[in-house]
Design a protein around this ligand. Structure first.
Ligand code: DOR
Ligand code: ZN
Ligand code: ZN
Length: 455
């Protein structure tokens, strides 16, 4: 039996005991009492009320359930890459209890009807909490409809791979940004300047595009240009923007400067851009290709420094699964950009902690507290009385090697394959129920919650 039954009359559903609780910068030896999916007490064990069940985590580190605000769960016509069940199993295995899904799907989450379709499919399959980003479209009525259904942002792809809005037109963007400002919904931005990308591609007419050319086509200046432009539009309209997968330290400086002027802007960094550099791309080819691509090693260092010092930055995985076939072409133009990240993000960061690159207290800040605050995820992102009982327990000593064959995701490849890691997820609780333990999913499809979306 997993839990010890107590015979005395109880006051709460569950006590998690024997925990090393990470509360801000403090470690407290104690426990958490849970009743009806909420944390009702955190404290030393003698102070906890009697519980129906007790779960002893034997001194393991206990942190809030992690939040990943940039995940591509695919499903529907893209379910061959990932579906709501496999994607949320990957999330749980990676310590994430809440994730936000991106809209570049088939069909795209660019209308209330498609959002409804997505929500209905998700409800039957997810095992963690899932909320949705929708695509920014040039249609006020659709923006209003999607926002009243409940979404966490409108996503703008400035590289136009997936846009349904005239991204070259500042006036069009400003008008729609103003609508978002009015209804108080942030805009998440893929900041790569389409015109520069296209000009550069055109220069290759007829000639084959190699990896180094791909990096040139998507070079840092492409991000720089888009970031400057989009911050300008945010300034003009008062809209709130969040810059996705930052690869340039200059972007962090731009955000800082903008915030000092009162512009509402935050950002996120993906672990691969912090840890891997261009030489990995040269070695692995398409398997390490994503948009924006990996940069110089010096820039990865700058991103670390930025992340540690800036309150407005988070880490998000940009989990972007593709099939093996879509990743394996020798011709780089045929390879789809994107790598899975839900099952590598935390182990990779914990390993950095074991090597002294990051402090333990940074983990809940960059992967729970700040994302919850930026996207208004109420009751999430912290261990506190009254919060949702979404809790992740870590084994900081466990050593293992990243093996994509063991992923819960359908995307069984990773540029981190073979990496030696120290630290992994041992248990995950969602609304007080243990949904993952020692590599095993313990909960059926549909037991998670779809967040925010109304009919
Ligand atoms: O690498 C990427 N993959 N970048 C994107 O912007 C899209 C994503 C995907 O959906 O595959
Ligand atoms: Zn993107
Ligand atoms: Zn993405």
């Amino acid at each position: 039996m997993r839990f010890k039954k107590i015979t005395k009359p109880s006051e709460v559903d569950l006590n998690i005991v024997g925990a090393k609780l990470l509360l801000g910068n403090q470690l407290l030896d104690g426990g958490i009492s849970i009743e009806e999916g909420k944390i009702i007490k955190i404290g030393k064990e003698p102070s906890l009320p009697k519980a129906d069940k007790i779960h002893d985590v034997k001194g393991r580190l206990t942190i809030p359930g992690l939040i990943d605000t940039h995940v591509h769960l695919r499903d529907l016509q893209l379910s061959y890459k990932e579906d709501f069940h496999t994607g949320t199993c990957a999330a749980a295995a990676g310590g994430f209890t809440t994730i936000l899904d991106m809209p570049n799907n088939i069909p795209p989450t660019y209308s209330a009807a498609n959002l409804r379709l997505r929500r209905d499919e998700a409800m039957t399959k997810v095992i963690v909490n899932v909320g949705f980003h929708a695509g920014l479209v040039d249609d006020k009525s659709e923006i209003h409809k999607m926002s009243s259904m409940g979404i966490y942002s409108f996503k703008l792809y400035m590289n136009n791979r997936h846009s349904q809005i005239d991204i070259e037109n500042d006036a069009t963007l400003a008008e729609n940004f103003s609508t978002c400002k009015m209804i108080n919904v942030p805009i998440t931005v893929h900041a790569e300047d389409r015109s520069t990308i296209e000009q550069r591609i055109n220069n290759f007419k007829g000639k084959p595009i190699e990896l180094k050319d791909y990096c040139y086509i998507h070079d840092s200046d492409v991000e720089e240009k888009a970031v400057k432009r989009i911050i300008g539009i945010a300034e003009k309209t008062g809209a709130t923007i969040h810059i996705c997968h930052i690869t340039n330290s200059s972007t962090i400086d731009e955000i800082k400067e903008a915030r000092d002027k009162g512009i509402s802007v935050t950002g996120e960094i993906a672990p691969h851009h912090m840890i891997l550099s261009k030489d990995v791309l040269e070695k692995l080819g398409g398997w390490a290709l994503m948009d924006p691509p990996l940069r110089q090693i010096t820039e990865t260092e700058n991103l670390w420094n930025g992340l540690l010092n800036k309150e407005f930055l988070t880490v998000a995985s940009d989990h972007a699964p593709h099939s093996l076939l879509e990743k394996s072409s020798q011709d780089i133009r045929e390879v789809l950009p994107g790598i899975p990240g839900l099952e590598t993000t935390l182990p990779i960061l914990l390993t950095k902690i074991s090597r002294g690159r990051l402090s333990l207290s940074a983990i809940p800040k960059i992967l729970a507290e700040r994302p919850a605050k930026i996207f208004g995820l109420k009751g999430k992102g912290e261990l506190s009385e009254g919060a949702d009982a979404d809790i992740t327990i870590l084994d900081l000593k466990k050593e293992f090697v990243i093996d994509p064959d063991k992923f819960h995701s359908k995307a069984r490849y990773s540029p981190f394959a073979g990496e030696n890691c120290v630290g992994c997820v041992s248990e995950v609780f969602l609304a007080g129920n243990m949904i993952f333990e020692n590599g095993e999913i313990l909960t059926p499809p549909g037991s998670g919650q779809v967040l925010g979306v109304q009919t």
